[in-house]
Design a protein around this ligand. Sequence first.
Ligand SMILES: [Zn+2]
Length: 104
Amino acid sequence: MITYEYQCPACGADQAVKHSIKDEPQVACPQCGQPMKRSLSGGDSFQVKGGTVRSHVQQKQARKASEDMNHAEKVARQIKDTYQPKLREAAEKRLDATKPPKDE
Ligand SMILES: [Zn+2]
């Protein structure tokens, strides 16, 4: 028996399932009941028990990190969208103030 990582494509839940290398069982997501997909994270299946557990945690941390990054990116974009026009406006006003008035 080998421990495989399964991940739900619908809600992202994951769970370890033990089955034979020849089996392709249908694993239902414990959270939403969707069929889970075997995670394609390479050599995990052939690691010893402790290694599998550690890599499970690492996967969670990696996913958390990428979620945090996406969130930070989103916030940065929002800040940019909100403040950039104001900053530009302020910069233009400052420029106007330091320039002598133009004859146009
Ligand atoms: Zn699910």
